[in-house]
Design a binder for this molecule. Structure first.
Ligand code: ADP
Ligand code: ZN
Length: 295
């Protein structure tokens, strides 16, 4: 008997993770492929096509991407500054190569879904996942579905109040000093002249980082009221950030949102991903199940 699997792709800015999984959400095999240009796709197709029979495929992709099924651009990576990927018809290309149903969303949407179904927000019908890495992005699950409007949310580019001691102009190519421009790993490195991972002991660095991230979280809490906030990405490996962000968020909310989650239970409210680095790929696997119509 030929075994049939669910296929998953987490397409990130630096690497693609391709995976094969089963309907329990178990990731069985993974392969990393560098995100150089759309030729990467040939290697991705090879991985699936040569070795596995697939029911369906789920894709969590870097963006901006079109996730609106009604749009003629559905399945495209749209206005990315990444060389060679602008206006790339991701879903169409995979469909032509693999002939399976595909469900497509953002990388952070995938991670939010993974954490909602199998991770830190298991059993809850809403959560928000934010990644603080090369850039900043967030996805949200609301009433068990990924939040989507005209397109996917772009919660990494919020406007934030500047820290009085911050003289860095900001690194976002679109807005300069938006959240991503001031608080991504790239911004930290540009401001302090050292990689974020080399700044662990520098109190000022992390106080400033928490000052910005807590402002973003305040806005997420006020607008979406998610039942759990999960913070992942390379920068959040600095564990000292968690207590700083929690305290700062409480300070900003100033007792206005009076809930146990934002009060005495905040340690269980703002948490790292339970699935660790697997949140995104697990989410893509859930998207694959959805594409195949499996609950
Ligand atoms: P990506 O965002 O490209 O998917 P990551 O989530 O790993 O990948 O984010 C990479 C960013 O995180 C880089 O800016 C890097 O400097 C930063 N980073 C990686 N590891 C650490 C660490 N241990 N401490 C602080 N920053 C880190
Ligand atoms: Zn921006």
């Amino acid at each position: 008997m030929i075994e049939v699997y669910f296929g998953a792709i987490e397409a990130g800015g630096t690497k693609f993770i391709c995976a094969i999984g089963n309907e329990n959400g178990d990731v069985l095999v993974t392969k990393r492929i560098a995100t150089e240009n759309p030729k990467t796709i040939a290697a991705v197709v090879d991985f699936f096509f040569k070795h596995y029979k697939l029911f369906s495929l789920g894709i969590g992709s870097f963006g901006p991407a079109c996730v609106d099924k009604e749009s003629p651009s559905y399945g495209y990576i749209t206005s990315t500054p990444k060389q060679g990927w602008r206006e790339f018809p991701f879903v169409q290309t995979m469909e032509e190569a693999l002939h399976v149903p595909i469900e497509f969303n953002t990388d952070v949407g995938g991670a939010a879904l993974g954490e909602a179904v199998y991770g830190a927000a298991k059993g809850l019908d809403s959560c928000l996942y934010i990644t603080v890495g090369t850039g900043i992005g967030a996805g949200a699950v609301v009433k068990n579905s990924l939040l989507q409007g005209l397109s996917h949310p772009e919660m990494g580019h919020l406007l934030v109040r500047r820290h009085p001691d911050d003289h860095f102009e900001g690194g976002c190519p679109y807005h300069k000093d938006c959240l991503e421009g001031l608080a991504s790993g790239t911004a930290i490195e540009a401001r302090w002249g050292k990689k974020a991972s080399e700044l662990t002991g520098q109190k000022t660095v992390w106080e400033m980082e928490a000052y910005y991230l807590a402002q973003a979280l305040m806005q997420y809490v006020l607008i979406l009221s998610p039942k759990k906030i999960i913070m992942g990405g390379g920068v959040m490996k600095q564990e000292q950030l968690f207590p700083l962000i929690r305290r700062k968020l409480q300070e900003l909310l100033a007792g206005y949102v009076r809930l146990p989650e934002t009060g005495e239970e905040i340690e269980n409210y703002i948490v790292p991903p339970l699935l660790g680095n697997h949140a995104g790929i697990t989410g893509a696997l859930i998207l694959a199940k959805k594409a195949a119509g499996v609950k």
